[in-house]
Ligand binder design. Structure first.
Ligand SMILES: Nc1nc2c(c(=O)[nH]1)N(C=O)[C@@H](CNc1ccc(C(=O)N[C@@H](CCC(=O)O)C(=O)O)cc1)CN2
Ligand SMILES: Nc1ncnc2c1ncn2[C@@H]1O[C@H](COP(=O)(O)OP(=O)(O)OP(=O)(O)O)[C@@H](O)[C@H]1O
Length: 213
C-alpha cells in the first residue's frame, strides 16, 4: 500500500514537473502576478502582520510580486533556508532581495550573514506553501523531501508551547497545478486553501485558524 502510493507520488511528480515546465514564460508571469494580487488582498483583509513565504524555484509560481507587496505594506516576511541534513527549514526575516543568496537546490535562500533568524518560537500569521500539485480538499504534493511536513510538526509544537493557533496554510500555485486528487500519506500537511490566478479554493479543512476560510 505504502509502496504503491510512493509510486503514484513519483509518477505524478514527474507529470506535474513536465506540465509546469511547459507553461509559457508569458503565462507564468501573468498568472503569478494575478495569483499574488489575489493572495495579497486576502492577507490584507485578514490584517496579517507576518507571513512565511517561499522563494520561487525553477518554473514555480513567482512569489516576488507578493513579497514586494508585503514589503510595501509593512507586512514582515520570513523565508526558509533548507538544512539538507535533517531536511528541516530555518526561517529568517528578509527585508530586501540582497538578504538572499543562492543556496541548497539552487533556491535563493536567506544569507545568514545578512538576515536575522526568526527563532523557533516564531508563529507566522500565514504560511504560503509551494507544491507541484494540489487538490481542492487541501492535499499537496511537493518535491518529496518532506520539508513542509516537518515544518508543520515543528509549528504545531510551537503553537502548543505558545498557546497559539496553527495559522492558515495556503497553497500558492497555477490553476494548471490543480488535480482531481493528490495521493497523500498520514504525515502530509493539508492546506486550508489553495490560491491560484483564478480563484481561492477553500479546502474545508482548518488547521485551527480563525480566518473565514
Ligand atoms: N521554492 C521552493 N522552496 C522550497 C521548496 C519548494 O518546493 N519550493 N521545498 C519544498 O519542500 C523545500 C526544498 N525542497 C526541495 C527538494 C528537492 C528538490 C530537488 O531538486 N529535487 C530533485 C531530485 C533530487 C533527488 O531525487 O536526488 C528534482 O526534483 O530534480 C528541490 C527542492 C524548501 N524550499
Ligand atoms: N513529519 C515528518 N517527520 C519525519 N519524516 C517525515 C515527516 N513528514 C514526511 N517525512 C518523510 O519525508 C519524506 C517525503 O515525504 P513526502 O513524499 O510527503 O514529501 P513532500 O510533501 O512531497 O515534500 P516537500 O514537503 O519537501 O515538498 C517521506 O519519506 C516521509 O517519510
Amino acid at each position: 500500500m505504502v509502496d504503491e502510493r510512493k509510486g503514484q507520488k513519483s509518477e505524478l511528480r514527474a507529470t506535474m514537473k513536465a506540465k509546469r515546465d511547459a507553461l509559457s514564460i508569458a503565462s507564468r508571469a501573468e498568472w503569478s502576478s494575478d495569483a499574488c494580487a489575489r493572495l495579497g488582498q486576502l492577507l490584507e483583509s485578514e490584517g496579517v502582520s507576518t507571513v512565511f513565504v517561499y522563494v520561487q524555484l525553477r518554473s514555480e509560481l513567482d512569489t516576488s510580486p507578493l513579497i514586494e507587496w508585503c514589503w510595501r505594506s509593512g507586512v514582515a516576511t520570513a523565508m526558509p533556508r533548507c538544512e539538507p541534513d535533517g531536511r528541516t527549514m530555518t526561517l529568517y526575516w528578509i527585508r530586501e532581495w540582497g538578504d538572499l543568496a543562492l543556496g541548497a537546490y539552487g533556491i535563493r535562500e536567506p544569507n545568514p550573514e545578512k538576515a536575522t533568524p526568526c527563532g523557533n518560537a516564531f508563529i507566522p500569521d500565514a504560511v504560503i506553501v509551494p507544491g507541484l500539485a494540489f487538490d481542492r480538499t487541501g492535499g499537496r504534493l511537493g518535491y518529496g523531501a518532506g520539508f513542509y511536513d516537518r515544518y508543520y510538526d515543528a509549528l504545531q509544537a510551537a503553537t502548543g508551547i505558545e498557546g497559539g493557533l496553527m495559522p492558515p496554510w495556503l497553497g500558492l500555485a497555477y490553476e494548471e497545478q490543480l488535480v482531481e486528487q493528490v495521493p497523500t500519506d498520514g504525515h502530509d500537511a493539508y492546506m486550508d486553501a489553495i490560491v491560484t490566478e483564478q480563484a481561492i479554493y477553500r479546502s474545508g479543512r482548518r488547521s485551527g485558524t480563525t480566518w473565514s476560510l
